[in-house]
Design a protein around this ligand. Sequence first.
Ligand code: GTP
Ligand code: MG
Length: 284
Amino acid sequence: MKYKAGYIALVGATNVGKSTLFNRLVGVELSPVTSKPETTWMPIRGIVTGKNYQMVISDTAGIPSKTNKLSEFLADSIKSEIRRADVILMTASPRIDYSNTDSLISYAKSKHKPIIILVNSNDQDIDDHFEQYGVPIIKMSFLDGDTNHLIESIIDFLPYSEATFDPDQLSLETERELIANIIRAKIMELVSEELPHQIAVIIDEIKIRENGIYYIRATIWVLRESQKPIIIGKGGKLIKKIGISARSAIEPIVGAKVFLELYVKIKKGWIKKVSLIKSALKSS
Ligand SMILES: Nc1nc2c(ncn2[C@@H]2O[C@H](COP(=O)(O)OP(=O)(O)OP(=O)(O)O)[C@@H](O)[C@H]2O)c(=O)[nH]1
Ligand SMILES: [Mg+2]
């Protein structure tokens, strides 16, 4: 069999298990998973190399529910991933308004991209709405279903091409971006209020000490003074918990012991300013 390679955009409804499936395909917990919607922000690209294929899979933000500058930015990033892709994996769920998924399918079709619709077997009550598109529909458990059929279906659509990346390379993202995403997800998980969508994590410094320990300093941006104590918690308890939890998720990614220092800073209106959104989402 000739070698195939290409770019796959995993897009669609939010909170349906895209990142759960992505991590299984890549074989590493590159993309944070939480029980809350809108966990993934900017695309996280993982590389899957098989005997006869190489796939770069892009895990994207779920279709944003609100309309504001931040959501516009995320919606643009989803479309840009679709334009770049050779194959689109479109997740569909009855828990999400079909019209959002329909318009993303129309967009992908307008760019002449092959589409595979993916339904999590959790969503038993999905109807035949998506059959109108005449594209393959795969139902499987994203958490523990067999991924072989999905991989075969993707390969069918991939162009013949040599591998572009070293088989040992797992992601196109920098350590900085992966680490910022992990910290943000831990905040989402541990802070009970709606707040997490208004916070960003900026990695200020990563230093590898002589003993191999990663020293990471990061700042959590909040919008208002009143949000600071919510993140810090009584006597600093919550931020400590966030730090411990983030550290244990970062260690397997960097393959070293991690020392993590977190600060909280007020950055008024960051979700309204494109330049700040850019630096927050790319963690630069
Ligand atoms: N029981 C069950 N839970 C699942 C399955 N797939 C995902 N989940 C759970 O659903 C929740 C959301 O999963 P994610 O992988 O973060 O979903 P996502 O689509 O990436 O979400 P966003 O990035 O927020 O758009 C998590 O609590 C997962 O553990 C599944 O197949 N079965
Ligand atoms: Mg996700």
